[in-house]
Every structure is written in structure tokens, then in C-alpha cells.
Ligand binder design. Structure first.
Ligand code: NAP
Length: 280
């Protein structure tokens, strides 16, 4: 029931109509019996400041932030959490003492999914991360925090992976993070316990393959942040060689669940959220 006490939550992005977040959060709100409603707003970059003013004026109780606003929104908020500061991007806004605070739940969502859905413990493990963009920053800093013995980051633009590795080493004080070049990638991947794809490569059928089959083995976990398609060419290839594979659906659910808990003080039913995303 929507009435005068209904709390409003939202996701903003540009474009946004593909987002599964409204389905996922509305199902969780309903299951928890919370009088709330979650909608999606397409906010053009030049309207971002107006959106934040609107969020304050309308008393929107919480928001998720997606591409292209994750970094540019920071300057309009009253503060950010340590995690958002480390990652340099915001994916969640919550209200505290009437102030709008930016947080980032992507890294924690990834780690929960990795540990819960595959039983993988990152401590003392060797990892190769493909891509050095926003999602990679969240994943790499969490993996470093969890005590991986090595987190080797590869990006098509080696300057980007070097900057990311330097930044994560500086903020986490972990020397396990390094940047690798194309010529080292195959050997590092073969030795890795975990391979994580943080690039958008694999979303389209025509996309190139970053790692070929010789990189995979039965002892590995291969995690692709992409969840549409459910099984990318990378995951198919890793599965063929006997690796355990996971797509990004778990990360999507758990980063959303962490935001939900921050806004409402209640843990959502993640099974309901998974079902909604899978369209079951
Ligand atoms: P991003 O900021 O664009 O970063 C992607 C990085 O990968 C860029 O640095 C890009 O370089 C690099 N790259 C592109 N092609 C490459 C290749 N062939 N080899 C190596 N590096 C390559 O994107 P993002 O926001 O981090 O997101 C990455 C992916 O994660 C997307 O598919 C996104 O949908 C997914 N994601 C999933 C979740 C989830 O909850 N499951 C959460 C966040 C993100 P250039 O910029 O030079 O192209």
C-alpha cells in the first residue's frame, strides 16, 4: 500500500531503464513488510546537482547511484564513508542526521558473494583481476584487505592498472597489489587461485576473449562481474577446463542488500532478491 507514510528509495543513472534494482528492492521491501517504494530516475549529468537538492527537499530515504554518476556525485554530498573514499566512487546514499552520506557497497557485496556462493577464502591466495575501472577499484581493495598474497591487476591501458595498484597499496597499506602487462598475463592467470573479470568484455557476443583456455584449471574459481549474459565466453571457457565459475548476480544482490540494511536497519531476504533478478 502506498500512502502518506511511504518511504521513497531510488536508483539514479543515465540510462537507467535496464536496471533490475527496482524489482529487487521492491520485492525485499514487500517481504520485510516495510512501507516503502523504490523507483528509478534517469538523471542527465547536468541535472545531478538538482537531483541531490530534490533528494533533500523530498526527503528521499536512500538512493543507489550507477553509471555515469558514481564519481561526480561526491561533490554534492555532505560526506562519504571511508570505503567510498578509498574506492573514489559512491554507489549508495544514506541519510544520517539530515546529512546525505555516500557509501560504496560494491566491494563488500563482491566479497560476500565470493565467500558465500563459492566458499572461497581469499586469505593467502593469488588473484588476477582483469580491468582497472571503478568496479575493479572496489574489488581489488577488498581482496587486498582480505589478505590475498598477490592481487595482479591487468588493464588494456597499463597506465590505469599502475595508477590503481599504487592507490590501493597506499590506502590499504598492502604490498600484495601489483600491476601486470599483457605479456605476463597468461602466466599469472595459470598460477592464480582466483580470476576476476572487472571489464565489460563479454557482454556482447562479438567481444574479444581476454584469456584463452590454457589459463584455466580445476583448482580455480573464476568470477565474472557481468551477469547478463549469465555465462560469458570467459566463464564458458573456464567451466570447460573444470574451474568453479560465478557470475556477478551475487555481487549485485549483496551490494543491494547492504544498502537496504543501511536504509532500513533490517536485513532483507536475499533469496527473494535473487529470484526477482532471475525472473523466477
Ligand atoms: P569501467 O569503469 O569502464 O572499467 C572497465 C575497465 O576495463 C576499463 O579500464 C577498460 O579500459 C578496461 N578494459 C576494457 N577492455 C579491456 C580488455 N580487453 N582487457 C583489459 N581491460 C579492458 O567499468 P566498471 O564500472 O568498472 O564495470 C566493469 C564491469 O563490471 C561492467 O560489465 C559492469 O556492468 C560490471 N559491474 C557489475 C557489478 C555487479 O554488481 N555485478 C557492479 C559493478 C560493475 P578502457 O576504459 O580503456 O576501455
Amino acid at each position: 500500500m502506498i500512502n502518506a507514510q511511504t518511504k521513497l528509495f531510488c536508483v539514479i543513472g543515465h540510462p537507467i531503464k535496464h536496471s533490475k534494482s527496482p524489482d529487487m528492492h521492491n520485492a525485499a521491501l514487500k517481504k520485510s513488510g516495510i512501507n516503502g517504494c523504490y523507483v528509478a530516475f534517469d538523471i542527465a549529468p547536468e541535472k545531478l546537482c538538482d537531483f541531490v537538492a530534490g533528494m533533500r527537499a523530498m526527503g528521499i530515504a536512500g538512493a543507489n547511484v550507477t553509471i555515469p554518476h558514481k564519481e561526480s556525485i561526491v561533490k554534492y554530498l555532505d560526506g562519504v564513508t571511508k570505503e567510498a573514499e578509498i574506492i573514489g566512487a559512491v554507489n549508495t546514499i544514506f541519510v544520517e542526521n539530515e546529512k546525505l552520506i555516500g557509501d560504496n557497497t560494491d566491494g563488500r557485496g563482491f566479497i560476500i558473494s565470493l565467500m558465500k556462493d563459492s566458499g572461497f577464502d581469499p586469505k593467502d591466495k593469488k588473484v588476477v583481476v582483469l580491468g582497472a575501472g571503478g568496479a575493479s577499484r572496489a574489488v581489488v581493495s577488498k581482496l587486498a584487505d582480505e589478505g590475498c598474497s598477490e592481487v595482479a591487476v591487468y588493464d588494456i591501458d597499463s597506465e590505469k592498472s599502475e595508477i590503481l595498484a599504487d592507490k590501493v597499496r597506499e590506502v590499504t597499506k598492502k604490498n600484495s597489489v601489483l600491476s601486470i602487462k599483457a605479456k605476463e598475463l597468461t602466466e599469472k592467470a595459470k598460477e592464480a587461485d582466483l580470476i576476476v573479470n572487472c571489464t565489460p568484455v563479454g557482454m556482447k557476443e562479438t567481444d574479444p576473449v581476454i584469456l584463452n583456455e590454457e589459463c584455466f584449471n580445476t583448482k580455480q574459481v573464476v568470477y565474472d562481474l557481468i551477469y547478463n549474459p549469465e555465462k560469458t565466453a570467459l566463464l564458458k571457457s573456464a567451466e570447460k577446463k573444470g574451474a568453479r565459475i560465478l557470475n556477478g548476480m551475487g555481487m549485485l544482490v549483496y551490494q543491494g542488500a547492504l544498502a537496504f540494511e543501511k536504509w532500513t536497519g533490517e536485513k532483507p531476504d536475499t533469496e527473494v532478491m535473487f529470484k526477482m533478478i532471475k525472473g523466477e
